[in-house]
Design a protein around this ligand. Structure first.
Ligand code: GCO
Ligand code: MG
Length: 408
């Protein structure tokens, strides 16, 4: 079964997505997500100019060999663009292999270890009233775990807080805005640290002790600030505190760990197991946040999560809307199969996105399931995709109140 061609598909049904479609000489197709939010066309070029021509004629069954060929063979290793491109090839080849076997992908990964994957959604609001409404909406949709993001007094915009879509309908928070330059947001860590514990206290008082609550610090704190926050949040029993410090410095989590028992999650901007060596080896985290889409595909995520399992560290795969339905479906197959599953982030895609990507995964009783169609279970509607041409879009940039550029 040889690869006949590999096509890079770009569409923007509400937000940009890049998809790799591999076709074999007997006409089987597989899809892989290649979306790197705000830097999409870099991956398009990497795939079109440097990877697709190398795939033609290769045996579509040789997934591990192709992974190593693209990783080692490039000489230049790792990095988000390279690893997103490799991930797209890897997932597309797994999709093909499972279709040829006539099985949903999770069966090839060892079969189901659970009935479904616990999902968390993004509840947010600038003030308590809006936040409570959002939590109630999520509970009504069936979520059994929620991430809590809230406004900070004195700041106009804050990471993770949804705004109205202008059509009287709320859509899950999506930070990338279609524009030629990124917007800029102001940030004040001390104001945030003063405010956040009171919000968690109010949420616990209103919703009780059982609901799993998560929070994302988006890399904005110093190690000692993160330690202070983790300690201050202990009475509210968080499921995790995510990305509390900048991701480049794994040692930053040592002081955080020394001072707090709040569980820690990190890794959405990592792209390789190498990034986790200290974090996992020293047991500085509790959850691995990488996405299959950005960390080298199913082949690489499986290796990473097997390593994590030796240290009682669980999965918490990244699942915002910039992971396409193809990336989400791939994650769900792995979520179902691995032993050390923790939780799956799940922001629902917009109706326009779901017109282009026809999915077969389900969400019920708070659990996601990838479905039982052969492969990963996603079809790409090219006619629908053509109605949504690519639009440049950027994530915001953050500045402290004195103008210094900060981590967003
Ligand atoms: C999350 C993430 C996202 C990122 C986004 C950037 O926890 O889901 O922090 O919201 O900001 O993926 O592209
Ligand atoms: Mg995050």
């Amino acid at each position: 079964m040889k690869i006949a061609h590999a096509d890079v598909l770009v569409t923007s049904p509400g937000r940009n997505f890049v998809t790799l479609r591999i076709t074999t000489d007997d006409g089987v197709t597989g899809l892989g997500d290649a979306t790197l939010n705000g830097r999409e066309l870099a991956v398009v070029s990497y795939l079109r100019d440097h990877v697709a021509p190398l795939l033609v004629g290769r045996d579509a069954h040789q997934i591990e060999d192709t992974w190593q060929y693209l990783y080692r063979g490039a000489y230049w290793r790792r990095g988000p663009v390279t690893m997103t491109a490799i991930a797209a090839v890897d997932v597309a080849l797994w999709d093909i292999k499972a279709k040829v076997a006539g099985l949903p992908l999770y069966q090839l990964l060892g079969g189901a270890s659970r009935t479904g994957a616990l999902a968390y959604g993004h509840a947010s609001g600038f003030d308590l009233e809006a936040l409570f409404d959002s939590i109630r909406e999520h509970l009504a949709l069936g979520y059994r775990a929620v991430r809590i993001q809230t406004g900070v007094p004195g700041l106009d915009q804050v990471y993770g807080v949804a705004t109205s879509t202008g059509i009287g309908q709320r859509y899950d928070y999506e930070p990338a805005q279609p524009r030629a330059y990124p917007s800029e947001e102001e940030w004040d860590t001390r104001a945030y640290l003063r405010h956040l514990p009171s919000v968690f206290e109010a949420v616990r008082n209103e919703f009780g002790p059982e609901l799993p609550l998560l929070h994302d610090g988006h890399h904005r704190m110093t190690p000692i600030q993160a330690a202070q926050l983790g300690k201050a949040l202990e009475p509210y029993d968080l499921f995790w505190l995510e990305d509390c410090t900048p991701a480049e410095n794994p040692e930053a989590l040592r002081p955080v760990r020394q001072h707090t028992t709040t569980p820690l999650a990190i890794g959405e901007i990592f792209n390789s197991v190498v990034d986790y060596r200290t974090l996992i080896g020293e047991q500085l985290i509790d959850y691995v946040r990488s996405a299959i889409t950005h960390a080298g595909g199913i082949t690489a995520m499986r290796r990473l999560l097997d390593f994590a399992a030796q240290y009682q560290i669980k999965s918490g795969m990244h699942g915002p809307t910039d992971v396409s339905p193809v990336g989400m479906a791939a994650a769900l197959h792995l979520d179902l199969a691995i032993h050390n599953f923790g939780i799956q982030e799940y922001m629902r895609h917009s109706p326009a996105t779901l017109e282009v990507f026809r999915t077969s995964y389900t969400f019920s009783g708070g659990l996601l399931h990838p479905g039982n169609n052969p492969g990963i279970g996603v079809d790409y509607d090219e006619d629908a995709a053509a109605r949504f041409p690519y639009e440049p879009a950027y994530l915001p940039v953050s500045r402290l109140t004195d103008g210094t550029v900060h981590d967003w």
